[in-house]
Design a protein around this ligand. Structure first.
Ligand code: FES
Ligand code: FES
Length: 221
């Protein structure tokens, strides 16, 4: 099982380092550069340039090709929410520490606020909107409903995506594995027990019982 930091494919440090190399140059590597290369006129030998103005990119989001025009420094989270209209992924901390913006990229749980949209070119991106099949909820979504695993709901899409990612990798996780995997997602309402129960339910395991609160002094049951 990956460690807490390894669950997410992009660390805050690596993201900042990438930004530090300039959004217009250092961030546009590998797949993005390759894509631009293919857009050069035949025979062109000069290196590709990208930005600083908006650029057209194709992203594969929930199985569909989506063409967006974004600034090179646009994060994947911004691209999803502001350009693609997919607002399920939530911007909470915007610095890789809460998991509210969780998506799955090429099978890896990823915080989308720490990825540049241009670096997601050529990848399979799955957001919370891509989990249900028509009217049929993904089993983890149905389990969240059954176990009332939310209060304000703001953290919920991130938890659902992270839980889906866990179940993809470990179909029957132990409670400790669930807690460990979801340790990068923060619920300010403190709905953790119900969330853990939802994951247990979706993996065909019995839920844990809520611990009984300690008896008040002088109170007789
Ligand atoms: S908004 Fe991305 S981790 Fe918090
Ligand atoms: S349900 Fe409110 S932050 Fe988690």
């Amino acid at each position: 099982m990956p460690s807490g930091d390894e669950r997410f494919r992009v660390s805050r440090r690596s993201f900042i380092q990438t930004l530090g190399a300039s959004a217009a140059a250092g961030a546009l590597q590998s797949k993005a550069a390759a894509l631009v290369e293919t857009r050069q006129p035949d025979g062109a030998s000069s290196p590709p340039t990208f930005g600083p103005g908006p650029v057209d990119i194709d992203l594969k989001i929930n199985g569909k090709k989506t063409t967006l025009k974004v600034e090179p420094a646009t994060t994947l989270l911004e691209a999803l929410r502001l350009h693609a209209g997919l607002t399920g992924s939530k911007e909470v901390c915007d610095r890789g520490s809460c998991g509210g913006c969780s998506v799955i990229i090429d099978g890896k749980l990823t915080v989308s606020c720490m990825v540049l949209a241009v670096d997601a070119i050529g990848s399979e991106i799955t957001t919370v909107e891509g989990l249900a099949k028509g009217d049929d909820l993904d089993p983890i979504q149905a389990a969240f409903v059954k176990h009332d695993a939310l209060q304000c709901g703001y953290c919920t899409p991130g938890f659902i995506v992270a839980s889906r990612s866990l179940l993809n990798d470990i179909p029957k996780p132990t409670l400790d594995q669930i807690k460990h995997w979801l340790s990068g997602n923060i619920c300010r309402c403190g709905t953790y027990t119900n969330i853990f129960n939802a994951v247990l339910e979706a993996s065909g395991q019995p839920p844990v019982a809520d611990s009984k609160p300690p008896a008040l002094p002088g109170k007789v049951d």
